[in-house]
Design a binder for this molecule. Structure first.
Ligand code: WTA
Length: 652
């Protein structure tokens, strides 16, 4: 039987064989879910282990809502001792494979039983340190198994984890520790990145200043010489040495907070999105089951770092809840050679691969030579996430990696949604380049114009999610109800969740997500806010005003470009743009991290503004995308645009 996908006009469908074996392969699932979304999710929730069943499935008090009200659960019980597959059956199965960055270093694996013991020991160690249910624990770790163990240990005892991406700067770490008032921070002595050791502990020390962190737990990873502060810093191994390998799971209310994860929004300050224990567990488990079709023999690799939501859900919770075997990788996918990622697929016989368009474009750039002799024949399903995937990257992925036999699940979701919400299901399809697919069963999306009217087929508008939303949708912005209301529930009222994405539908109802309509950028799939960067840059003393925009980039999707207006005296000094560029680069690296690398700096006389003084970033962006600039007569200083065009031209 041919394994190749079946093509009908511009759509692809799974092969007969794939369809036959897929966990979900009947179109009727959509109809069934549509009849009652609430009942659909309830049925799924029933497959999990609850200490106590819920009283109500969905309660709506706009803009707030609850799922599984009154239910009691612990996500780690559902991963381990009460896993729906039966713990006895999965105990000796490999749960986690870790590939270190150095090629000659041994990998590590953990069976479900080993991971369970490790999580329990560490949970007990945290308890001994005084961590209690509801306390916040910062996690500032690279992709090492201890990152997974730390998250699960927190969940085990009901502590709320606040994971901070390890490549974020000390300032970014501090902001998150301060906002959550975390008492404990888990970090490491360093890690490997592109052949160098990053001194993570130094950054952690800096980030802990002026916070409420009383204790730090340090993992020995890089054998990097670090300073341990007496009474505050403890080695991970010392702490868990004498701990028992059993720790009772804390009984959590379905609506208790499982974790807080910070993400960029339209303003300078990142927002702490809040996830609930019950809803998130249901969302993580079943989106994984339906979309990645986790089967007993699968080896799943999600390249996402746990510092982002994709890492939380698909590099940690979802594969474990589904009793799958999965892989995490410490390093950069192109290190030491551009084919490292392909070699990892071959080495571990990966069957399901999940990555971002930026990585796909980078792999494609190196050409097929680098893939010579590498076998991908174990792959059966491939996925993409984080940014729109263009047709050529999609086709390259589909043909060269998936060999036309692997369904491509292009998955749309957000930090706020907790799990994937739009994609084609692999056993059903259809798959179409650039289109993410259909809403996940049990969810209802619409595309509305600015006045709230539903858009016609092909017409672009704002993507919104309708009640009952989804169990994994955020429950709030930590300590900031005003921002929660303003960001998500003000555009179309308190009953419609506004995604901040533009999208349109084709005649089959497949959704294409075009990009953000707010001031959020996706740089190499990483979510950054223009406001956050502007805040850092404005701190430089000779800068009068600035505007950051996402400029199109062939590999990274978007890269930040800065438009600057200098203070008068600085202009007189005739500073060189090159020096300014260096200074700005340093500033954003210090305040945000290396991922916020600025691509271009343009020194201009004036920024385009409305009469009320609002900077029109949209117009600046269009100078690069080639879209029509629109009506400039509403600007207070329309002539600034022509001058800026000249500056851009000169810099080419
Ligand atoms: C974008 C990442 C097109 C979108 C999981 C969204 C996508 C933002 C896709 C959320 C996709 C995510 N196609 N765009 N498949 N997936 N996006 O919070 O703009 O880092 O709003 O979550 O990424 O980014 P976040």
């Amino acid at each position: 039987m041919s394994k190749k996908l079946i093509k009908k006009k511009d759509l692809y469908f799974p092969s007969k064989e794939f369809k036959k074996n897929a966990l979900i392969n009947k179109k009727s699932i959509y109809k069934e879910a549509e009849k009652s979304q609430i009942k659909f999710w309830e049925k799924l929730a029933k497959e999990l282990f609850w200490f106590k069943k819920w009283k109500k499935v969905f309660v709506h008090k706009p803009p707030y809502f609850q799922w599984f009200t009154g239910g009691k659960i612990n996500i780690t019980s559902n991963i381990f001792e009460n896993n729906s597959k039966g713990f006895e059956k999965i105990k000796n199965k490999v749960a986690l494979i870790w590939e270190p960055e150095p090629v000659n270093e041994q990998s590590r694996t953990f069976t479900y039983a080993e991971l369970y013991a490790e999580v329990n020991r560490f949970a007990n160690a945290l308890k001994k340190m005084g961590v209690k249910k509801g306390d916040k624990v910062g996690i500032y770790l690279p992709m090492i198994p201890e990152a997974i163990v730390s998250m699960l240990a927190c969940a085990r005892i009901g502590a709320i984890h606040v994971v901070v991406f390890s490549a974020f700067s000390p300032t970014a770490l501090r902001v998150r520790l301060q906002d959550t008032e975390a008492k404990v921070l888990i970090t490491a002595d360093g890690y490997n990145r592109r052949g160098k050791v990053v001194d993570l502990k130094k950054n952690a020390d800096e980030g802990m200043k002026d916070t409420k962190v009383k204790k730090a737990i340090v993992i020995k990873r890089a054998e990097n010489k670090v300073r341990m502060k007496k009474g505050r810093d403890f080695w991970w191994n010392d702490l868990k040495k004498d701990q028992s390998d059993f720790c009772k799971a804390e009984i959590m209310d379905a609506e208790d907070i499982l974790f807080i994860l910070y993400t960029s929004g339209s303003t300078g300050k990142p927002k702490g999105t809040v996830q609930a224990c019950g809803g998130y567990t249901v969302q993580a488990k079943f989106t994984g089951k339906y979309i990645f079709d986790f089967q007993n023999s699968d080896i799943f690799w999600s390249t996402a770092d746990v510092g982002w939501i994709t890492g939380h859900t698909y590099s940690c919770y979802s594969p474990l809840l589904n009793a799958a075997t999965y892989l995490i990788f410490e390093g950069a996918p192109g290190w030491p050679k551009p084919n490292r990622w392909a070699k990892i697929i071959e080495k571990y016989k990966v069957t399901i691969f999940y990555t971002a368009p930026t990585a796909i474009r980078m792999f494609a750039k190196f050409g097929l030579d680098i893939l010579k002799g590498i076998r991908f024949n174990t792959l059966r399903l491939i996925g993409s996430v984080g940014e729109p995937i263009d047709e050529s990257a999609w086709m390259w992925y589909f043909e060269k990696v998936g060999k036309q036999s692997c369904p491509v699940v292009d998955t749309w979701w957000q930090t706020e949604t907790g799990g994937i919400l739009i994609t084609s299901l692999p056993g059903i399809g259809p798959f179409k380049p650039c289109f993410t697919g259909l809403p996940f069963p049990g969810t209802k999306f619409k595309i509305l114009n600015d006045r709230g009217r539903e858009c016609k087929t092909g017409e672009r508008g704002n993507l919104v999610l309708l009640p009952p939303f989804t169990p994994g949708l955020l429950r709030g912005v930590y300590k900031n109800p005003k921002r929660y209301l303003k960001t998500y529930w003000s555009q179309y009222g308190k009953k419609i969740y506004f995604t901040s994405d533009a999208a349109y539908k084709d005649k089959n109802g497949l959704i294409r997500v075009v990009g953000r309509v707010d001031d959020v950028m996706k740089v190499a799939g990483h979510r950054l806010s223009t406001g956050e960067m502007e805040d850092s840059i404005s701190k430089i003393d000779y800068i009068n005003e600035c505007a950051v925009i996402g400029m199109p980039d062939q590999i990274k999707g978007e890269v930040p470009a800065v438009f600057l207006v200098l203070k008068k005296n600085a202009v007189e000094k005739k500073r060189f743009t090159e020096d300014i560029y260096k200074e700005i680069q340093l500033k954003v690296r210090k305040e945000i991290g290396p991922i916020a690398g600025i691509k271009k700096v343009f020194v201009v006389e004036d920024l385009p503004k409305t009469r009320s003084g609002k900077i029109m970033r949209r117009i600046l962006k269009r100078l690069f995308t080639g879209e029509p600039l629109g009506d400039l007569s509403t600007l207070a200083n329309a002539d600034s645009v022509q001058k800026i065009k000249e500056v851009i031209k000169l810099s080419d």
